[in-house]
Design a binder for this molecule. Structure first.
Ligand SMILES: CCC[C@H](O)CC(=O)SCCNC(=O)CCNC(=O)[C@H](O)C(C)(C)COP(=O)([O-])OP(=O)([O-])OC[C@H]1O[C@@H](n2cnc3c(N)ncnc32)[C@H](O)[C@@H]1OP(=O)([O-])[O-]
Length: 727
């Protein structure tokens, strides 16, 4: 964990060395400043190059050290100011990444040379912070306020070719980046450095800057819902207009302190590390990620080219894996082909923007379209993505048993069906696994990997590794109806239905949960997913329709409270967006603009009158508490059943698949933050008043953790170990 220095010609090359990403830990910073000061004093040194070991420049401050007290006696700001004011030219040689403090370090250098494959950016906003080592002050001075604001507020990782166009980089090279930086250093010897010191430059004026910034604030409030960091980023950049550089940097410090006091950076950093932790999977039987190597996947196939299948094919092709795409007849194959090609065209456009079109085949894996299952005889991994019907899935898996080569892995993209039942019809249940993608599968980052009872550790390792190759966050979960995410959604949506019955309107519920930070309120979400999906499943379960128990009370099933509201909506043809009507009305069938519908208000009012329900209009807090605590309570049950191995897994699932606001860390982190005793007492009160709603009866694990005072979330796993013999 040190910086090393060597001399090439008369150029001192200082290498940051702190694997795996050269994060700027306290000891690395101490070492950088020592080497830098020595080099600048050394009369044999005419110029200095800064680079990173192992093909990575630097991923910024060491996030693990945040919040610790002894870390800022050598601040990054001090290093940056020392570099910028150096009388000898300093060149950054960027390979891999220059992110956050890493780019701030590079911006304090007088020149920047980068490898074409590298990425630069100020992604602090994604971990709840702002760039606070001069990044919000130097970047706008270099590339102007609009471009800098776009990068900083979105935390974008910008490809080198784009960074060159923006003016962040001075040169982009394909190979030998450090040599090119040394050449650059030699070339600029003797040239004046004044206009290379970004901290001394004025920021370029833009017309109507106040309106521009006001619009940016409005947009950020709408887009990031309650997250404070994007607003602080805008505030920090705005300071370039009226504060001198050093005051602007001081302002960064003040804004950082105020952000820290909101608790949001801590939540987002927990989310960041949780995403990395879920890759280190374990199984209840003692299987572990670092003990079992995955099998390489050179070819894959996808069966079914509906919405999910198309996205999965695109995802595989994007990862440069050749895919065979299968449909049952020529017509559906043709529709699938057109849809996949359109998605792939968009990917090519994106690659062009990143300057990566020179890669053979554009860097995309080939896609072969066919109706013949026999074509799958030699592929390594097959993903079934037909619609949710157990009989159909079993029929396909039966056929695959005889067609696929013996060591091929068979995956099912079910969102909740029993993976063991599907595996049971094959000749290789140990090679069967659930791969639950989220829609649109080429974009959404989450992948629930569902292990069956007989799934082998190699199959798990292979599916988890495939997830990583596809750029997804793969989370290993156990097999139970609906797995983790959708299972927890059940009690959450149940409360939404009860709130609607009791007197809230869809738009009020959505507003409360969107204010909480969800990307989409539950009523809009149900409309988007299609209300008929749940309706059909309830009919199959005999809860509604012709299979419902004769004479059953309308609002009760099996002695439990039941809301028929969504069934009634479906019976009148309101399936959501696809029919132009659901909990909202839309401009047309398939339209996306949701408008509150007087018909729905009328329908709900009449329903209450018919069932003599006195209107109770819940306020935002009640809506949020009831829905969130229902979700969290089921999360505890998921942990008790060892369907998820820790609270982090649940949080990663919700943050990446269900639009949960990352600045709250995830539902389980939120519960820990609210305080488990409070969650417990709210659920207990509700449960006492509503004994016919068993989903709100506090989970055993919640009781247990609340009884020991609600320990910090990182201690839950230990408690979990003692909870259930099933674990
Ligand atoms: C005053 C200061 C102001 C300044 O503005 C603040 C900052 O710079 S804030 C920082 C702004 N910078 C950022 O926000 C960048 C955050 N980092 C990233 O975006 C990705 O990690 C990166 C793209 C770099 C590599 O992606 P990849 O190739 O998929 O690999 P991976 O993601 O799996 O990571 C590999 C390992 O490295 C670990 N680790 C990574 N970064 C850091 C860090 N900064 N620190 C510590 N550790 C870090 C990570 O936990 C993992 O550890 P493990 O034990 O192996 O699980």
């Amino acid at each position: 964990m040190a910086a090393t220095r060597r001399l090439t010609h008369s150029v001192a090359v200082i290498t940051l060395n702190n694997p795996p990403v050269n994060a700027l830990s306290y000891s690395l910073r101490r070492s950088i400043i020592k080497e830098f000061v020595d080099a600048s004093k050394d009369s044999s040194v005419e110029a200095i190059v800064l680079c990173g070991a192992n093909g990575k420049f630097c991923a910024g401050a060491d996030i693990k050290e945040f919040g610790s007290t002894s870390v800022d006696s050598v601040s990054l700001n001090h290093i940056n100011d020392t570099i910028e004011s150096c009388k000898k030219p300093v060149v950054a040689a960027i390979e891999g990444v220059a992110l956050g403090g890493g780019l701030e370090l590079a911006l304090s250098c007088h020149y920047r040379v980068a490898n074409v494959q590298s990425l630069v950016g100020l992604p602090e906003v994604l971990i709840g912070m702002i760039p606070a080592a001069g990044g919000t002050q130097r970047l706008p001075r270099l590339i102007g306020i609009p471009a800098a604001l776009d990068m900083i507020v979105r935390g974008r990782h910008v490809p080198a070719t784009e960074a060159l166009q923006l003016g962040i980089l001075d040169e982009v090279v394909k190979t030998n980046t450090i040599d090119a930086a040394v050449q650059m250093a030699m070339k600029v010897l003797g040239q004046p450095l004044e206009n290379r010191r970004l901290g001394t430059l004025p920021v370029q004026a833009i017309p109507n800057v106040d309106t521009f910034l006001d619009t940016a604030v409005k947009r950020a409030k709408g887009q990031f819902r309650g997250a404070q960091a994007p607003l602080a980023c805008i505030e920090a950049v705005k300071a370039t207009l009226h504060l001198p550089f050093l005051k602007g940097v001081e302002n960064e410090r003040v804004l950082t302190a105020s952000l820290w006091s909101t608790g949001q950076p801590q939540a987002q950093q927990y989310a960041f590390f949780s995403e990395r932790e879920v890759g280190k999977w374990t199984t209840p039987s003692g299987g572990k990620w670092d003990k079992v190597p995955p099998k390489p996947i050179q070819t894959a196939a996808v069966i079914g080219l509906g919405t999910m299948g198309r996205g999965i094919v695109t995802s595989l092709s994007k990862a440069n894996i050749p895919v065979i795409a299968i449909e049952q007849d020529a017509k559906q194959l043709d529709q699938g082909r057109q849809a996949v090609n359109a998605l792939l065209d968009r990917e090519v456009e994106k690659l062009k923007l990143q300057g990566k079109t020179s890669v053979p085949g554009n860097g995309l894996g080939s896609v072969k379209f066919t109706v013949d299952l026999g074509d799958l005889h030699s592929v390594d991994l097959i993903i079934e993505a037909v619609y949710e019907n157990m009989q159909l899935k079993k029929e396909i898996f039966r056929k695959l048993s005889s067609i696929a080569k013996p060591d091929a892995f068979l995956c099912t993209n079910t969102s909740g069906l029993n993976v063991d039942e599907i595996a049971s019809v094959t000749n290789r249940p140990q090679q069967v696994i659930g791969t639950h993608f989220f829609s649109p599968a080429n974009i959404m980052r989450l992948l629930e990997v569902v292990r069956g009872q007989k799934t082998s550790l190699t199959t798990i390792a292979t599916a988890m590794s495939l997830g990583k190759t596809l750029g997804k966050v793969a989370v290993l979960v156990g097999n139970c109806p609906l797995f983790v995410g959708n299972r927890m959604l059940g009690p959450y949506l149940e409360q939404v239905n009860y709130l609607l019955e009791e007197g809230s309107y869809p738009e009020e519920i959505d507003q409360a949960l969107e204010e909480f930070g969800f990307a989409m309120g539950p009523c809009r979400m149900m409309d988007l997913a299609g209300l008929d999906v749940g309706w059909r499943s309830r009919m199959e379960q005999g809860l509604t329709g012709t299979n419902a128990p004769p004479g059953a009370p309308v609002r009760q099933r099996n002695g439990k409270r039941y809301s028929p509201l969504a069934d009634l909506l479906c019976e009148s043809g309101r399936f959501g967006q696809k029919t132009g009507k659901g909990w909202y009305q839309y401009e047309k069938a398939g339209g996306r603009i949701a408008k509150p519908d007087p018909w729905v208000r009328d329908f709900l009012d009449k329903y209450r009158r018919t069932h003599q329900i006195a209107r109770h209009q819940a306020n935002s807090q009640e809506i949020q508490d009831r829905c969130m605590f229902a979700l969290i309570n089921e999360g505890f049950r998921v942990l008790e059943d060892s369907i998820a191995s820790g609270p982090e897994d649940i949080d990663v699932i919700y943050n990446n698949g269900y639009g949960f606001p990352k600045h709250r860390g995830g539902p389980m982190y939120y519960a820990a933050n609210v305080g488990l005793p409070k969650v417990l007492s709210t659920l207990e009160n509700y449960s006492k008043a509503n004994p016919d709603v068993p989903s709100m009866k506090p989970a055993f694990l919640l009781r247990k953790l609340a009884a020991v005072g609600g320990p910090p979330i990182k201690e839950w796993r230990t408690q979990l170990g003692n909870t259930s013999s099933k674990l």
